[in-house]
Design a protein around this ligand. Structure first.
Ligand code: ATP
Ligand code: ZN
Length: 295
C-alpha cells in the first residue's frame, strides 16, 4: 500500500469576515491552494499543506486538540475559548485584519461612570466568559444573559439592560439606539499554532510558513527609502529614519563629501518625515514599496 505522507493542516474560517483576508495572506505568503471552491478543504499544490474550511468558533478546538496545526481566528473567539480551560495553542502573530472590539453598549440616555455603573444590571452577550472576567476584574456584580446571536436586540426586547458585543464601526449599535460605554477586549485576527508536537517531517514546513507570514506582515508597513546627502548630515538623517537599522551608505561618483543613503524603514514613512530629511540636508528622496521580504 502506498504510504501517505503527512501534510500540515491550517484551519481557516469557511465563510465570514475573516475568510477572504485569511486566504489573501496565505496566497501572498506564496501558498497556492487549489480547489478552494470545495466546501471542506483545499490542497496547497506547492507545499505539503492542506487548508480546512471551518466555522471560526471551531478553530480553537481544532488547533487545541491537534486536528489542525495552525489556524487563523479572532482574539475574541480564542480568548473566550481559552477561558474554558482549554488553551493548548500558542499565538504566533497578530495579523492586522479583522479588527474589532468587544464592547459594553447601552441605551443613549444611560448614565455611565465606569464599570461600577453596571452593578445590578442584566448584560446580554455571546461572550459570557470574557464578560464575566471583565466584571470580576472590576469587582462588579451584574447578571450575564447568554445569547447565541442578535444581542443588539436584547434591550429592546427587555431581555437585558445593556449588551456586550463586537463592534467595529458602531453602525449596528447606532441603528439599534445603543452607544458604546466601555471596552472589554480589543481584537484582531491571530495566527495560532497547536502546542501538540508536529510530525518531524513537517517541522520545516511549519517554520517556513511562519517566516513567510512574518515577511508578508513586515512588507505591509515597510518601505525602501533612498536619498542623497552630505556626509556631515548622516547622523541627523539616521535619527530621523523611522525604524531603520544600519542604512547602506554609498559614495556618489563625482561628488566629494556626498553619499547615497539606502534604508529599509519598518514603520510608515510620512510626508513630515521626508520634509525633516530634506531640512537635514537630504535631496532626491525616493520612497519605494517592498514586494517581498524574508528576514
Ligand atoms: P461563523 O459562521 O464562522 O461562525 P461568525 O458569524 O461567527 O461566523 P463573523 O461575523 O464572520 O463570524 O466574524 C468573524 C470574526 O471577525 C469575529 O469573531 C471577529 O474576530 C471579527 N470581526 C471583525 N469585525 C467584526 C464586527 N464588526 N462584528 C463581528 N465580528 C467582527
Ligand atoms: Zn462564529
Amino acid at each position: 500500500m502506498e504510504r501517505v505522507s503527512p501534510r500540515l493542516r491550517v484551519a481557516v474560517q469557511k465563510s465570514g469576515r475573516l475568510s477572504d483576508k485569511s486566504m489573501d495572506l496565505l496566497r501572498e505568503a506564496g501558498f497556492r491552494p487549489v480547489n478552494t471552491k470545495n466546501a471542506l478543504a483545499a490542497r496547497v499544490e506547492n507545499f505539503p499543506v492542506d487548508l480546512l474550511f471551518v466555522r471560526d468558533d471551531d478553530i480553537p478546538t481544532f488547533v487545541g486538540n491537534g486536528a489542525c496545526d495552525f489556524g487563523i481566528v479572532g482574539r475574541n473567539v480564542l480568548e473566550e475559548h481559552a477561558l474554558r480551560g482549554d488553551d493548548n495553542f500558542a499565538v504566533v502573530a497578530p495579523l492586522g485584519f479583522g479588527k474589532c472590539a468587544l464592547k459594553i453598549a447601552g441605551p443613549k440616555d444611560m448614565k455611565y461612570e465606569g464599570p461600577a455603573s453596571l452593578a445590578g444590571l442584566r448584560i446580554a452577550t455571546t461572550y459570557p466568559r470574557l464578560l464575566a472576567r471583565f466584571l470580576k476584574e472590576n469587582n462588579v456584580d451584574a447578571s450575564v444573559v447568554r445569547m447565541s446571536g442578535a444581542v443588539e436586540l436584547a434591550p429592546r426586547l427587555h431581555m437585558a439592560d445593556v449588551i456586550c458585543d463586537l463592534v467595529s464601526t458602531g453602525a449596528t449599535l447606532e441603528a439599534n439606539g445603543l452607544v458604546p460605554l466601555d471596552t472589554v477586549l480589543e481584537s484582531e485576527a491571530l495566527l495560532v499554532r497547536s502546542r501538540r508536537s508536529l510530525d518531524p517531517t513537517l517541522v520545516h514546513v511549519a517554520e517556513m510558513m511562519q517566516a513567510r507570514i512574518d515577511g508578508v506582515l513586515a512588507t505591509k508597513e515597510s518601505k525602501y527609502i533612498m536619498m542623497n546627502a552630505p556626509e556631515s548630515a548622516l547622523d541627523r538623517i539616521c535619527e530621523i529614519l523611522p525604524g531603520a537599522d544600519s542604512p547602506t551608505v554609498l559614495p556618489l561618483a563625482g561628488r566629494k563629501g556626498h553619499v547615497a543613503v539606502h534604508a529599509v524603514c519598518q514603520e510608515s514613512v510620512f510626508w513630515e518625515t521626508l520634509q525633516k530629511l530634506k531640512d537635514a540636508g537630504a535631496s532626491a528622496i525616493l520612497v519605494l514599496p517592498i514586494e517581498k521580504m524574508l528576514m
